[in-house]
Design a binder for this molecule. Structure first.
Ligand code: NOJ
Ligand code: CA
Length: 696
């Protein structure tokens, strides 16, 4: 009986194979063989893909496809060609976490045609660190313009992964993260939350990308996108019963269209990062590799990783304000922050301590009327307030060798900003500066556009291009989440695009696992302007009733400079708070923003991380370790050091009985001598951190 059943099954399998003779599968292995990616066209002409990792199918057949206006590209497609390709190369980022990045993959391609005559290629690259695929619409035989109604990509999962996710919000990224099983993703609790105030969540079972997962056996996977150009951002809608994500692209003002494109066109890459552990995710370069090489030609020495201070936190904690006038009271404000005198004080401080930049907010006309709904386009980017003497500031900054990072808060009034960009950027250069911080607080104007839609993506990218033409570096606040575009536009230094330090000053704040989640999610796509370095953790300095605080120890603020990578890092606290603790401040002065090597010594998503990095063009190493609300002890092996050399280590650690809630301030500073192969003990307080500089 068993024998007969066996034969029957074998016969059945043979039958299926024959009947599906027209199905096509193209496969590629990653260079080390651990990952296998497949592109499939079923016998019904439906495109799809699959991923195997170490012999296990972790993404079974998942649908691919596109719905164009008038053309269904998800079934009845014919195969008109296929191909394979391979590449192995090494490239050097202009700045970053490492000197060199290996770009090594095997690629496959299916060339498809719909019954209605539209040609679409699906290309997949398989790397040791995951896979990436995209849709391409060649100009040959295709109309000059296509209207995309829906992207039909799906990610079929097999396991109820632990997922670190933030809700799918079409207008804001400034949310806390949650960690739940996949099948329990539910953003209902975010609805009606007034922070961020311009949130737009339409599906509580949807998430933003990158979204990061860990399997019961420990491997990690993140679904993200790379090279987001001329298309809406990728969000993922979950079918909880089926354990399946489907792409959700934020629409244009035409609710039925997600993207209008001229052919030839290709979508951004859909990337699946795969690593055996959480630590691996942090050195995964898949997203960067999928992006195009640098497009800025000529000398790039104007692109400078740097640290900066600014007239900024003082506004958030209530010492000063952005406004020059108090229109309601019909008088001048009494606490305008961006005065010539205050800027000079900051320039002096930056020059004294070796910082390249001073961010100044509230320097230009417009702030007083920002919230006047009858006057939506308020900001003028070439008109300083009367108490901000631009020629004098420009002269003084030059004398001191410091540059102002010029704030361009647009309030998301995009047309107004685009009109002013040529003059605004010339003005910045004429005054001797070369960096802007953009801001897009609030709902987008023109109405009906979203921060994550194609219109805004094109705007954000145009800013990078226009700024590059004028040799200006960009730090963007409230933009879309980065997708590795800093490889192509290395003047794109950092983006906020997540919930930053500022939320600690005026909201329910960020809990101690927040930064430890950001590193494994949002930061996979690119650096964040998080603005670390708060020493005065309790924020009642100017208002005794202010109960807000940063939920951290001071030592953890130091570790952030190593662990939250960015080529621009703010020393965000008030100058007077640094002046009170020069010994602790020394670490912020010393820590670089550009690195040659990066080693992740331990990591657990949302819980803890320890990272060692070697300073660019130097033999010095820096280590940052930090934890969530749980105190932890680690022993780290100093394998990363060079053999036979003695290093002098300056350690900044949580002092006795430090605790993020009731004893955040003590930092114990000590020096030890070490050699390669030795171990060091790390003690982290609750909400604590550990930072060290290894001098050779
Ligand atoms: C929000 C930004 O994130 C913050 O850095 C800035 O100070 C305010 N908007 C005002 O533009
Ligand atoms: Ca913000």
């Amino acid at each position: 009986m068993i024998k007969r059943l066996f034969f029957l099954l074998v016969g059945l399998a043979a039958f299926i194979r024959i009947s599906s003779a027209q199905a096509v599968t193209q496969q590629a292995q990653s260079p080390n063989g651990a990952i296998q990616g497949s592109l499939v066209l079923t016998e019904k002409g439906e495109p799809g893909f699959k991923v195997r990792y170490k012999g296990v199918e972790i993404i079974p057949f998942s649908k691919l496809g596109m719905a164009l206006q008038g053309h269904d590209l998800s079934k009845n497609l014919t195969l008109i060609g296929k191909g394979t390709a391979s590449q192995k190369g090494v490239w050097r980022p202009v700045w970053g976490e490492v000197d060199e990045i290996t770009d090594h993959y095997n690629a496959i391609q299916l060339e498809l045609k719909s019954k209605s005559g539209i040609r679409m290629n699906v290309v997949m690259r398989v790397y040791d660190e995951g896979i990436g695929f995209r849709y391409e619409f060649p100009s040959d035989e295709n109309p000059p313009q296509i209207m995309i109604e829906k992207e039909l990509t799906e990610f079929q999962l097999t396991e109820d992964y632990k997922v670190w996710w933030a809700p799918s919000d079409w207008d804001s990224n400034e949310h806390t993260y949650k960690n739940t099983p996949l099948t329990q993703i539910d953003a209902t609790s975010y609805l009606g939350d007034i922070e961020p105030f311009n949130q737009r969540i339409f599906n509580v079972h949807a998430v933003q990308t990158p979204v990061t997962m860990q399997s019961a056996t420990g491997y990690c996977m993140a679904i993200a996108e790379a090279g987001l150009i001329d298309y809406g951002a990728l969000h993922l809608e979950l079918d909880r019963d089926a354990k399946r994500f489907s792409a959700r692209i934020i629409p244009t003002t035409d609710a039925n269209v997600i993207s209008k494109n001229k052919t030839p066109f290709h979508t951004p890459w859909r990337a699946v990062l795969i690593n055996s552990s959480a630590a691996g995710l942090l050195t995964n370069r898949l997203i960067l590799n999928l992006n195009e090489p640098c497009k800025i030609e000529g000398d790039l020495s104007w692109i400078k990783p740097q640290k900066y201070v600014g007239i900024w936190w003082e506004m958030h904690v209530g010492k000063s304000g952005w406004n020059y006038r108090d229109l309601a009271a019909k008088k001048l404000s009494t606490n305008h922050g961006a005065t010539t005198e205050n800027v000079k004080k900051h320039i002096d401080f930056a020059a004294k301590h070796g910082f390249g930049g001073v961010l100044v907010e509230g320097w230009n006309e417009g702030w007083d009327e920002w919230f006047n709904v009858n006057k939506p386009e308020v900001f003028d980017f070439t008109k300083p307030y009367p108490d901000y003497n631009m020629p004098e500031i420009s002269r003084y900054a030059k004398e001191k060798g410091v540059k102002i990072i010029v704030h361009n808060e647009t309030a998301a009034a995009v047309e107004s900003y685009e009109r002013q960009i040529p003059a605004a950027y010339d003005y910045i250069r004429q005054n001797g500066f070369n960096a802007i911080k953009t801001g897009y607080v609030g709902y987008v104007l023109p109405k009906g556009e979203w921060h994550d839609g194609q219109y805004m993506i094109n705007h954000f990218n145009r800013v990078l291009e226009k700024a590059a033409e004028k040799q200006i570096m960009v730090v963007a606040h409230e933009p879309v989440r980065p997708s590795g575009l800093h490889r192509t536009w290395p003047n794109f230094m950092a983006a906020e695009a997540a919930r930053g330090m500022e939320f600690n000053a005026w909201s329910k704040g960020n809990d101690p696992s927040h930064e430890l989640t950001l590193i494994f999610t949002r930061l996979l796509g690119g650096p964040m302007d998080y603005t670390p370095g708060i020493f005065q953790v309790e924020l009642n300095q100017f208002d005794p009733n202010k109960k807000d605080r940063v939920r951290t120890t001071v030592a953890k603020q130091l570790a952030l400079y190593v662990d939250l990578y960015s080529p621009v890092q703010m020393a965000a606290d008030l100058l007077e708070n640094y002046e009170k603790r020069p010994d602790v401040f020394q670490f912020i002065k010393d820590v670089p923003t550009d690195w040659s090597e990066t080693r992740v010594l331990n990591a657990a998503i949302g819980d803890y991380v320890t990272i060692a990095r070697r300073e660019k063009n130097s033999d010095n190493w820096f280590v940052g370790s930090m934890t969530d609300e749980t105190p932890r002890q680690f022993k780290i092996k100093l394998d990363f050091l060079e053999p036979k050399r003695t290093y002098e280590v300056t350690i900044y650690e949580d002092g006795p009985k430090a605790h993020y809630l009731d004893n955040p301030y003590p930092v114990n500073i000590r020096k030890v001598k070490v050699k390669k192969g030795q171990t060091l003990k790390i003690n982290l307080a609750a909400g604590g951190g550990w930072a060290a500089k290894f001098d050779r």
